[in-house]
Design a binder for this molecule. Structure first.
Ligand SMILES: *Cc1c(COP(=O)(O)O)cnc(C)c1O
Length: 398
């Protein structure tokens, strides 16, 4: 019998639809703002990573427009060939200063940092030690490495210590050990105990790598991130990885750390070497965002004021928000159909959230992920809270 080589495409998609695990794409007609035009309707945006509302900020837009006028829209090349512009170098100096490190290096996205850097840092004869809830880009980086791997229970320091003690007994001894963790866990909003991780790392001679995607612009002095939040130094945390696609409001990944780390990375990492450099407009807008964060601490403070108010109200209604400590406030429904129904009901009331279902979270831990924004007014937050209460009662979640 002649086989149909593409029949699986439809079959697998239809299976996802049957299980309520498929994505339905919405369309924004305009900027991702507190109130955005989603699918043609004015909607309160409660489901983006644009925590500081910088994605449509006039200063960032102005910087991007100027950069386009000066440099054009594309770079025409990879960094190491003919695509290294002074705006990239300037951005890296700004990041290093902001983060308090010797040096920094930008990447096209955060995903390309994790998927490319991890397999460059560790390979055959090494061990990667990874939190069980780490982001998918870390998981892919781990999969691309030939190193052995050990997963520890989520934020469980006794389990991490057990893994590291076992690693010491490995014969032949491991050449290198890399501990890697999300800083803020993207689906739960809890914060990794990076101080304890760094301490255990130091005791066992391990490299420590933190993914600060949801911590930058949110945690620490002037939004410097998780290393600042715990008052650690980059002697304790060797790779401070982040992204400009979340609170910074633009796009692009980066690492901050020692000059040795940066020299190593731009010579060895395939997702840096084999891809085009960041567009100048993105680099310029990111510099403008860091300038704003450093000059105006009130933006981050407003984010936290909004977060505290909203979280307290959501929890007092009786919703399960898990262990969140940040502006990521999940509303855990358990069942994926219920998460989808809740998101749909909220959308009918002009509120945008996304249902988060398996495989992004375990099957029995479906949720909607709500995220607070610094530019929301008390009226906006009350609008959201009122709708959540109505929908939660109707669906018998509360
Ligand atoms: C979003 C995210 C990334 C990917 O960042 P991009 O720059 O959007 O590719 C990596 N790690 C974590 C923890 C994230 O939340």
């Amino acid at each position: 019998m002649k086989r149909n080589p593409t029949a699986f495409l439809r079959e697998e998609y239809e299976e996802l639809v049957r299980q309520n695990l498929n994505w339905e794409l919405h369309v924004l007609y305009g900027p991702n703002d507190v109130w955005a035009n989603v699918d043609g309707k004015r909607t309160l945006m409660l489901g983006t990573n644009n925590y500081l509302n910088l994605a449509n900020h006039p200063k960032l837009k102005e910087a991007a427009i100027k950069a386009i006028e000066k440099y054009g829209v594309g770079t025409g090349s990879d960094r190491e060939i003919a695509g290294n512009m002074d705006i990239h170098v300037e951005l890296e100096k700004r990041i290093a200063k902001w983060k308090g490190t010797e040096a920094a290096l930008t990447f096209p996205t955060g995903f390309t940092v994790n998927s490319g850097l991890i397999p460059a840092l560790v390979g055959k004869g090494d061990l990667i030690v990874s939190d069980e809830l780490n982001h998918g880009s870390i998981i892919d980086g781990v999969r691309l490495s030939k190193a052995d791997r050990a997963i520890y229970a989520h934020c469980d320091m006794a389990d991490l210590e057990r893994v590291l003690n076992e690693a010491e007994k490995h014969d032949p001894p491991y050449r290198r050990i890399l501990i890697v963790t999300d800083g803020v866990f993207s689906m739960d909003g809890d914060i990794a105990p990076l101080d304890e991780i760094a301490k255990l790392g130091a005791e066992h001679g391990a490299m420590v790598y933190v993914d600060d995607a949801h911590g930058e612009g949110v945690l620490g002095e002037n939004g410097r991130g998780i290393v600042s939040h715990f008052k650690l130094s980059h002697e304790d945390v060797h790779v401070d990885m982040g992204t400009f696609s979340k609170a910074i409001g633009v796009i692009g990944g980066h690492i901050s750390g020692s000059q040795d780390l940066i020299n190593f990375a731009y010579n060895k990492v395939r997702t840096w070497l084999l891809t085009a450099s960041q567009i100048p407009a993105a680099a310029a807008a990111t510099i403008a965002a860091i300038d704003l964060l450093e000059s105006d601490p009130s933006i981050v403070k407003k984010l936290w004021d909004n977060t505290h108010y909203y979280k307290k109200e959501v929890e007092s209604m009786g919703f399960d928000t898990g262990n969140t400590q940040t502006p990521i406030i999940p509303i855990i429904t358990g069942d994926s159909k219920l998460a989808k129904d809740l998101a749909k009901m909220l959308l009918d009331m002009n509120i945008f959230t996304v249902p988060i279902v398996y495989p992004l979270v375990p099957r029995e831990k479906a949720r909607i992920r709500t995220q607070v924004n610094a530019a929301m007014t008390k009226e906006d937050l009350d609008y959201a809270l009122d709708a959540l209460e109505k929908a939660g009662k109707k669906l018998k979640i509360i």
